[in-house]
Each structure stands twice: as structure tokens, then as C-alpha cells.
Write a protein that binds this ligand. Structure first.
Ligand code: C2E
Ligand code: SIN
Ligand code: SIN
Ligand code: FE
Ligand code: FE
Length: 667
């Protein structure tokens, strides 16, 4: 069996910006048996979307728990009821036989039920009745729940599994309700339940339960997956994130797996099914692509490009939270510079405080979406002001601005995505962003935010490894590694563009080489400090030992099999190879390579590494100037270095100072 959550709200539907993540449709759950029998529970607004995914003909079963508006309002908009090629079995609690006709009679809907084109077979069900449904004879049992005006929950046994849907139910109303809850949950592989409240906002006798009470009731009842649903309409995504955190703290290791219901999630008895239509296909494809990149600037570049595409924004900026500041992290601006030039701005260094005084700061503080039609006409009582410094320094004219937060896995704001000037027909007249665009941008930022968080974790691992190396080699600093990584990734991009690689290949390669190049000297952890810190020239024997840092690094990295470690292994082993074959990949001359036989990533890292070694002071030498360093690269082109890559390096001449400013030596 497979369960799809089409609507997870109670009370009424919401299309507010801050409910878009968990979803605003009212309750509707689909069960599909292995044999293909389709059953829907409740006809909240989620039913409309469920219907829109159905084929043009067929048969389905729709069970209603009770007649409160949030459970029935979608009925009239269910595709099968409007098609002569569909038959819908409509199961109503036996006291609700009047319901279909009442919509028309009561002036709630303009068309009588009997005139709809779909075939409807109506069934009335009594509490505790058990019926058989579909060709596979699934067993559906109606279990009365505790709710004003009465309500039926439904239990389904099919495919050797058990499903339970509570409709609305107040566990704590009385002792009978408590006892009934036990029976409802017994041995359910999947239970979708009414957890409108938590214990802090629980309202006695309103007919709903607090999630903690479901968790307690499920304890020892043999429930495998408990899905907390029917979220109160006023609960924002941020509040539900907080509930999700509390749930995981409350969860008992012996109890069921517990999930907060979210629109479009699917489950099997074994747990969540990776959704094929989570938000929409483009977003899924995009998230899948993003998950391949571990490098921040590539990830941010892609997120910004995608956010601008879906909102038709002329420009955009990403800020990331760093302590109590927002660090400017990435920007695009089609009117001012080609996107292919945007990489330069990845190394900009401006910062804003996380405070309500700026637009980005306000969004970072509050987690809200700000959709401003014109940044020069802000409400007088708004705490934030538009900072026009960028406009004044560039003659750009910012008008409409859509700003949404990035959230990390715990729902904390980790950054801000700002989209600027929605393009319209008239170039001088950017249009306001629509509500729909605001929704889409927020969802995109929400999903991409967890990718950013993941990548940051991965990078943190790289930094931690580098820190160990630094303990005894003062030149192996974070900034040194960052600079080598940044220069290597930019060199790779130049090289790849000249060699006509596709944009996808370039992004992938660029993302990998940066982190891998940062680890080039990791083998120095195994070299004595006496050698590393020696102020004079190394003796022959010392230099022989020093050369072994290449094989040492490679052997450390050889244990890992992820694609970045594989690349890092090649770089560590070969970054001291020379184009003319006179370099080394170990303490002896064994394993020497020349020319194209040296892996490209190692040839690239070699230039980035030597350049940085020359520009930086070392215990054994002074810092060189950029011009001196470039003179050496030119002299060694075709000797030490791949001449094609030296040309690429020359083309980066303008950008290198930005990289060096962005990652200065701190110690
Ligand atoms: P490193 O300091 O990170 O330098 C990396 C590479 O940059 C060197 O690889 C070399 O190709 C280049 N390089 C650095 N400084 C200079 C320079 O003043 N002139 C020229 N022409 N090239 C330079 P190499 O030579 O294989 O050295 C590998 C590592 O061995 C160095 O990494 C450093 O840690 C160590 N090392 C090399 N020579 C000495 C030395 O005289 N004294 C000490 N204490 N360490 C040295
Ligand atoms: C929704 O309410 O989730 C969709 C409406 C919109 O995208 O503007
Ligand atoms: C990932 O981003 O998928 C891996 C993160 C990590 O290894 O820490
Ligand atoms: Fe309800
Ligand atoms: Fe090295």
C-alpha cells in the first residue's frame, strides 16, 4: 500500500506565504493498494489536486469522516465527479445522507449534485461497520472518534498491512475516547492522525488532539509510522518546524517513527517514499542537480540562476548568516555584468548586521518573506530602509525586490535570497513580483537551504582536516587552502570554457576541484615539524622526506571513495609533477609523469599552489609580488607548468587580487 498526503491542514485552507512548505490544503489522504484500488479519505481542498493527477477514466472510493467544512469543501472540485468515464463510490457516515443535496439546497454550490456528469454510487456507513472495497477486497472498518457532531475514523487492512486515518478526534475528551484511541492505533503500519494542537495550545472539548497525546497513545500499540496531521491553519512553517524539533526530542526509540504531515509526502509501511512530485518536477530535478555540488560558490550560483529564472528577475544577491552578520555571498546582475562574469563577485567582502534596519537583515531576523513593489516607497512604519549605496555606485536602479530566507535543517535562518527587478515588457519599468513567485522563491530557498547546510557540513570536514595539518605546519593555513582552491577552480573554468565543455560539466568540475585542491598538501601531517619549520634550505635528505608528503597525502585519501576524495587523491599525489617530467610523486623519482599524463586537476593545482607559495611569506623565503610570481610562471611555462594553463592564469590576472583580499592570511 501507498499513502499520499494531499491536504494536511485543519480548520480551513491557507495560501499564506508562511504555510507553503507544510502546505495549505485541507485534509485529504489517498491510499493506493498494490492492486491499484484507489481510496481517498476526506474531501478537503487537497482532493482537488488529487483529482487533477488522475487518468481520464476509472473507479475510485471516497470516504468522508464528517461534514465539517474542511473535510468536504473539495468534493465539488473532484475531477471524477465531472466525468462520465469515472465512477466514484462515495461513503458517508450514515447520518450524513443529506449532504450531497444540501450543498445546492443550502446555496453553498450552484449545481445540484445529481446533475454532475460523473457516476456516483452512494453508501452509508455505520460506526463499527466493516466493508469490502475494490477488486482486492480491502477491508475498511469505520471507527467512531470523539468530535462534536460525531465523526468516523477509518482503518484499512490490505496488502498484509494496516492503515488508519483518524479524521478529527479528541483523545482526551473522556475515558471512552482514550480507550477507543488504543483500538484505532493497534498494529497500524501507517496512521495519519488529528494533531491540531500541542499541549501548550490544546483546547479542551474542541474535538482535536495534541500531538504529544498521540505519541503517548501509540506507545506499545504496534504503530510503525505515526503521521501527525490536520495542522491548525494559523500554524506557520516556522512554528511547525519548531514542533518537528520537539517531536524528535520527544520520540521514544522503541516507539513508532513520527512524521509531521506535509503536503505531497508519500509513505509505504516501511516509511517515507522519496517523492517523485514533491513540489514540482523542475524543482526536484534542480535539487537533484544541486546535491552533486559540494562547493558553495557553484551551489549559490545555481540557486540564484534558478530563482531568477522562475521569477524573471534581472538581478539577485545571496547573503549568508555568519555570526551576527550577513555576509554578501553571491550576486548576479544582467544589466550590469554578464553572468559569466559573476564569479568575480563571489569574492566580494561586504557585510550587513543581522538587524531589522536593512531589508535582508529584516528577513534574516524574522524569517518572513518581504515582497516589495518599490524599494523607494516603503511603508513609513517599516523598520527597514532600502540601502541605495549599490545603486549610487553603479547607476543601477533597484525597484521591485523579493527577499526570502534560507532555512537550515533545524528551521533557523541561514541566509537570505534577494531577487531584484522583475523584468516586464518595458525595460525601464520593472514589475512587482507576484504572490506566486514569492511562494516559489520561498520554497526553492527552503529546499536549497538544506543543500547549503549539507555542503557547509562537508566543507567543515575539509577545514577540520586542514586544521590538523596546520598544527605543525604554519603555512598550511585555512586561507592558503582557500586561495589554492579558489584559484584552481577559476583556472579550471577558464580551461574548460576554452575546451568547450558543457556548462553542466564545468559546474560539476569546478565544484569538485575547489575542495579537492584544498587538500593538496594534506600529506604534510606526516612530515616532521623540524623540516616544515626549518628557516634554511633543506638538506638533500630532508628534501627527500619532504617529497613524500605527496604519497602520504594520497594514501590518506585513498581510503575514501566519494568523488571529491578520489580527485583529491590525484591532486595530492601529482601536484609536484612537472610538465617536463622532472617533478615528483613521492620521495624517489619513481612514478614521474610528464605533459598530459599528469592529471589535469594536479596540473591546475600545481600552478595555484606555487603561485600562492610565491606570493606568501614562508619560513624559508619572503613574499614575492604578483609581477614576480607571474614572471616565474611565464618562464616555467612548458618546463614546470602546462603552458595552456599558464595562459589561463594570465587571464585571471584581474581577479586574483579579489581572491587574495577575500582570503587574507590571518595569523
Ligand atoms: P610550499 O612552501 O607550499 O611550496 C610549494 C611549491 O612552491 C614548491 O614545491 C616550489 O615548487 C614552489 N616554491 C615555493 N617557494 C619557492 C621559491 O622561493 N622559488 C621557487 N622557484 N619556487 C618556490 P617544492 O619545491 O617541491 O617544495 C615542496 C614543499 O617543501 C614546500 O611547500 C615547502 O613546504 C617545502 N620546502 C621546499 N623548500 C624548502 C626550504 O628551502 N626550506 C623549508 N623549510 N621548506 C622547504
Ligand atoms: C498556494 O496557495 O499554495 C498556491 C497559490 C500561489 O502559488 O500563489
Ligand atoms: C553531503 O553533502 O551529502 C555530505 C555531507 C558530509 O559528508 O558531511
Ligand atoms: Fe477538521
Ligand atoms: Fe605540496
Amino acid at each position: 500500500m501507498e499513502i499520499t498526503l494531499w491536504g494536511v491542514r485543519g480548520n480551513m485552507a491557507s495560501s499564506a506565504l508562511d504555510t507553503v512548505f507544510y502546505g495549505g490544503n485541507t485534509t485529504c489522504i489517498e491510499l493506493r493498494s498494490d492492486a491499484g484500488t484507489r481510496v481517498f479519505f476526506d474531501a478537503g481542498t487537497g482532493l482537488r489536486e488529487a483529482g487533477s493527477t488522475l487518468p481520464d477514466s476509472g473507479e475510485c472510493h471516497l470516504f468522508i469522516t464528517h461534514a465539517h467544512a474542511d473535510h468536504i469543501i473539495g468534493l465539488w472540485f473532484f475531477k471524477p465527479l465531472h466525468s462520465p468515464d469515472w465512477t466514484t463510490h462515495l461513503y458517508l457516515p450514515n447520518w450524513l445522507g443529506y449532504l450531497p443535496d444540501y450543498f445546492f439546497a443550502g446555496g453553498i454550490f450552484p449545481v445540484p449534485f445529481s446533475t454532475l456528469k460523473g457516476n456516483v454510487v452512494q453508501h452509508l456507513i455505520r460506526a463499527h461497520e466493516e466493508i469490502r472495497v475494490g477488486a482486492d477486497e480491502m477491508r475498511v472498518t469505520a471507527l467512531p472518534t470523539c468530535h462534536p457532531d460525531d465523526c468516523l475514523g477509518y482503518r484499512v487492512d490490505v496488502d498484509a498491512a494496516r492503515f488508519f486515518y483518524s479524521g478529527d478526534h479528541e483523545i482526551k475528551a473522556n475515558d471512552a475516547a482514550r480507550a477507543a484511541t488504543r483500538e484505532m492505533l493497534t498494529d497500524a503500519d501507517i496512521a495519519v492522525v488529528d494533531a491540531t494542537y500541542d499541549r501548550s495550545d490544546y483546547k479542551k472539548n474542541w474535538g482535536h488532539s495534541a500531538w504529544e497525546d498521540w505519541v503517548d497513545a501509540a506507545q506499545g500499540a504496534g504503530v510503525r509510522n505515526l503521521i501527525l496531521s490536520h495542522h491548525e491553519v494559523g500554524k506557520s512553517d516556522q512554528e511547525l518546524d519548531r514542533v518537528a524539533q520537539e517531536v524528535s526530542a520527544y520520540e521514544n526509540p522503541d516507539g513508532p517513527e513520527i512524521y509531521l504531515a506535509r503536503e505531497n509526502l508519500r509513505f509505504s509501511p516501511d516509511g517515507p517514499i522519496p517523492s517523485v512530485r514533491l513540489e514540482s518536477d523542475w524543482m526536484l530535478r534542480f535539487l537533484d542537480e544541486l546535491s552533486h555540488y559540494k562547493d558553495e560558490s557553484v551551489t549559490l550560483d545555481r540557486i540564484l540562476a534558478m530563482a531568477r529564472t522562475v521569477t524573471n528577475a534581472d538581478a539577485g544577491t545571496i547573503f549568508l548568516v555568519d555570526g551576527d552578520e550577513l555576509a554578501f555571498a553571491y550576486t548576479h546582475n544582467d544589466s550590469l555584468f554578464a553572468v559569466s562574469n559573476a564569479y568575480k563577485y563571489a569574492y566580494a567582502t561586504s557585510r550587513l548586521p543581522v538587524s531589522e534596519a536593512s531589508i535582508a537583515g529584516y528577513v534574516a531576523c524574522t524569517g518572513k518573506t518581504l515582497n516589495l513593489d518599490d524599494v523607494r516607497q516603503l511603508p513609513p512604519d517599516a523598520p527597514y530602509r532600502f540601502n541605495d549605496e549599490f545603486d549610487r555606485s553603479t547607476s543601477y536602479r533597484t525597484r521591485s525586490m523579493l527577499t526570502v530566507p534560507f532555512l537550515d535543517l533545524e528551521g533557523r535562518v541561514s541566509g537570505v535570497l534577494q531577487l531584484i527587478n522583475r523584468l516586464s515588457g518595458k525595460p525601464e519599468q520593472p514589475a512587482p513580483f507576484t504572490l506566486n513567485m514569492a511562494h516559489t522563491a520561498r520554497l526553492l530557498a527552503r529546499e536549497a537551504g538544506s543543500v547549503i547546510t549539507h555542503n557547509a557540513l562537508y566543507r567543515k570536514n575539509v577545514y577540520n582536516i586542514l586544521k590538523m595539518a596546520r598544527v605543525h605546519d604554519p603555512s598550511e593555513t585555512g586561507p592558503h587552502a582557500e586561495r589554492v582552491g579558489a584559484v584552481a577552480s577559476e583556472l579550471y573554468q577558464r580551461w574548460a570554457e576554452k575546451n568547450d565543455l558543457s556548462p553542466e560539466e564545468i559546474r560539476y568540475g569546478k565544484s569538485h576541484i575547489r575542495l579537492a585542491a584544498m587538500l593538496h598538501d594534506i600529506g604534510k601531517v606526516g612530515i616532521s615539524d623540524l623540516i616544515l619549520r626549518k628557516a634554511e634550505n633543506l638538506s638533500k635528505e630532508e628534501y627527500r622526506i619532504m617529497r613524500s608528503h605527496t604519497e602520504l597525502g594520497a594514501s590518506i585519501l585513498a581510503e575514501e571513495t566519494d568523488s571529491i576524495s578520489v580527485l583529491a587523491h590525484d591532486i595530492a599525489l601529482h601536484h609536484h609533477q612537472k610538465w617536463n617530467g622532472e617533478g615528483y610523486a613521492g620521495s624517489s623519482d619513481a612514478g614521474r609523469l610528464a605533459g598530459q599524463d599528469i592529471p589535469l586537476a594536479a596540473r591546475i593545482t600545481s600552478i595555484a599552489d606555487v603561485f600562492d607559495a610565491l606570493i606568501s611569506p614562508r619560513c624559508y623565503k619572503k613574499a614575492w609580488t604578483f609581477e614576480e610570481a607571474f614572471a616565474l610562471l611565464r618562464k616555467e611555462a612548458g618546463q614546470h607548468f602546462d603552458p595552456e594553463l599558464v595562459v589561463c592564469m594570465e587571464e585571471l590576472r584581474d581577479m586574483l587580487p579579489m581572491i587574495y583580499q577575500r582570503f587574507p592570511d590571518t595569523e
